[in-house]
Design a protein around this ligand. Structure first.
Ligand SMILES: NC(=O)c1ccc[n+]([C@@H]2O[C@H](COP(=O)([O-])OP(=O)(O)OC[C@H]3O[C@@H](n4cnc5c(N)ncnc54)[C@H](O)[C@@H]3O)[C@@H](O)[C@H]2O)c1
Length: 340
């Protein structure tokens, strides 16, 4: 039997502990070392898991040849530097979203991982959630017909970030889901928004993605909204789907609604739309913790050598879109073509 893979986690703030807990639930890996600049966070982790090594210096992890994989759960500014050092040291890397703060950097990480035949996976967690998996099956089955557009809203009061705007903070989730559903990156984006609280850091934005198959998606992100809203609407030529992630049970509802223009008419008086109103149903979804599925997938990808579902390449596409969104924001919403 193979020895369990030794892994390390850098960053034990809000999100890192969730990753540690889930990696610890898999018997084919051990969380050997966790790193943070904040000693209090390390003491907290040591209190929870006394057998784990702690360090303030991530170089202790890079220099530990026993550690085969590293999870990066720090603020985005550190992702590139740390992931690059890990890959160059021959370690597999799981990096949180957004993968990096520049597309030049995310592309470089993909290349280094490919050259080293190492697994590089990005934490686009929603792709591992049961509702999104189910929506993908429904879309691919053709039940909704041709997808006309997707409209997504991710709104809340806070949590304000100091280093990135609301698009970089919240929209990676929507972008990754939309790319997963359309199966391709967009060719251009437009983004408008405003900074009300911290000058230069937009707290509300509207991002539009344009796809070469005619698909179209809008993403409204806000830290300045009275309600917590996590909603995605998919409008197809046959049916419409509403995904409300705040619903405890019926997260997905499928509406048998559509509108058809008449195939032909002789004069304008003869032009009548046909509105179809049918039933609504909410498919049963078995709830599983997405992070458990995601961490399992990382370990399986390392073992098989196959590209993860949320690979470095997918993470790079998301960063390209975020970067294009920032350029569009600076240009009052003008269209920005996505490179490549
Ligand atoms: N996939 C998801 O659903 C999801 C959810 C939340 C956050 N995230 C991502 O996780 C990452 C971390 O977010 P967070 O909310 O936990 O942030 P956080 O600020 O709560 O935690 C980050 C931690 O990193 C530590 N850190 C900073 N620089 C470091 C360094 N040089 N060496 C070691 N540790 C260092 C900080 O001390 C802090 O404890 C971000 O990329 C974020 O986008 C993902």
């Amino acid at each position: 039997m193979n020895e369990p893979l030794q892994i390390a986690v850098v960053g034990c703030g809000y999100w890192g502990p969730n990753l540690i807990r889930n990696f610890r639930s898999h018997s084919d890996c051990v969380v050997k070392t966790v790193c943070d600049l904040n000693e209090e966070r390390l003491n907290h982790m040591k209190g929870l898991y006394p057998e784990i090594n702690t360090t303030l210096d991530y170089m202790d992890i890079i220099n530990d040849d026993g550690i085969g994989a590293v999870t990066v759960a720090t603020p985005v500014d550190l992702h590139y530097d740390l992931a690059k050092k890990c890959l160059l040291a021959g370690k597999h890397v799981f990096v949180e979203k957004p993968m990096t703060s520049s597309a030049v950097h995310s592309k470089e990480l993909v290349e280094i991982a490919e050259q080293g035949r190492l697994t590089l996976m990005v934490g686009h967690t929603f792709i591992y959630s049961a509702p999104v998996r189910r929506i993908k099956e429904i879309v691919d089955s053709g039940e909704l017909g041709e997808i006309y557009y997707i409209s997504s809203r991710r709104l809340n009061l806070g949590l304000f970030q100091r280093d990135i705007n609301v698009t970089w903070d919240l929209a990676p989730h929507d972008i990754s889901i939309i790319l997963f559903l359309f199966g391709r990156p967009p060719y251009s984006v437009n983004c408008q928004g405003k900074a009300h609280i911290n000058p230069g850091i937009e707290d509300v934005t509207n991002l539009t993605l344009n796809f070469d198959n005619g698909g179209f998606a809008t993403i409204h992100s806000s830290w300045l909204d009275p309600n917590k809203i996590r909603e995605m609407i998919i409008v197809g030529s046959k049916k419409m789907l509403v995904y409300d992630d705040t619903e405890p049970l019926e997260k997905i509802k499928i509406y048998d609604k559509r509108v058809e223009a008449p195939p032909h008419y002789d004069d304008f008086a003869g032009f009548t739309y046909s509105y179809h109103y049918g039933d609504m149903y909410a498919p049963y979804i078995q709830q599983t913790e997405p992070l458990k599925v995601e961490t399992r997938h990382f370990l399986d990808s390392i073992a098989s050598g196959e590209e993860p579902i949320t690979s470095g390449r997918d993470g790079h596409h998301v960063v390209q879109i975020l970067e294009a969104a920032s350029r569009s924001l600076a240009n009052d919403g003008g269209a920005v073509i996505i490179d490549g």
